[in-house]
Write a protein that binds this ligand. Structure first.
Ligand code: AMP
Ligand code: ZN
Length: 136
C-alpha cells in the first residue's frame, strides 16, 4: 500500500527523483539529503509502513540483509572506519518521516557525528519489571 501524502512512498516508487544506490522489487536505497556523514544512505521499503511495529517479518528480514550488503559496498567505496545502522521509531526517538527507513551512516575517525548517549544504571526495579513482562 502507498500513502499519497508520504514523501518516502513517492521517492521509493520513483515518483520523486533521488540519488539511488540500489533498487529491487521491495526496496530503494538512496543518499540522505541531510547526511550525518559522507555516504549516509537510507533504505526505504516501496510499500508504506509507518515504523518498525508495522513492518511485516518478511520485509524486516530482507531489510537487514540489504543493510549488510549496502554497508559493505559503501565501506569498500568510501574506506570509512566504521558504520552505524540507525532506525528511529516515534517522535521522541527522533523519527521525522513516518515511513519506515533504516539509516546507514558511515563513520570516520574523529568525525564528531553525535549519536551517543550518557549511560545510566540498570536498576533492580527496572530489571525486575522488564523480566516479569517478558515471562508473561
Ligand atoms: P528520521 O529522522 O529517522 O525520520 O530520518 C529522516 C531522514 O530523511 C533525515 O535524515 C533526512 O535528512 C532525510 N530526508 C528527508 N527528506 C528527504 C529527501 N527528500 N531525500 C532524502 N533524504 C531525506
Ligand atoms: Zn510512505
Amino acid at each position: 500500500m502507498k500513502d499519497q501524502n508520504c514523501i518516502f512512498c513517492k521517492i521509493a516508487n520513483g515518483d520523486i527523483p533521488s540519488a539511488t544506490l540500489y533498487e529491487d522489487d521491495d526496496f530503494r536505497v538512496i543518499l540522505d539529503l541531510g547526511p550525518a556523514a559522507k555516504g549516509h544512505a537510507l533504505i526505504l521499503p516501496k510499500e508504506h509502513f509507518a515504523d518498525l511495529y508495522e513492518l511485516p517479518d518478511e520485509i524486516a528480514a530482507k531489510a537487514l540483509v540489504l543493510a549488510k550488503k549496502i554497508a559493505s559496498k559503501l565501506t569498500e567505496i568510501l574506506k570509512c572506519d566504521g558504520f552505524n545502522v540507525v532506525q528511529n521509531n516515534g517522535v521522541c526517538a527522533g523519527q521525522t518521516v513516518f515511513h519506515f527507513h533504516i539509516h546507514l551512516i558511515p563513520r570516520y575517525e574523529n568525525d564528531h557525528v553525535g549519536l551517543g548517549w550518557t549511560p545510566g544504571k540498570l536498576t533492580e526495579e527496572d530489571k525486575a519489571e522488564i523480566l516479569v513482562g517478558f515471562s508473561e
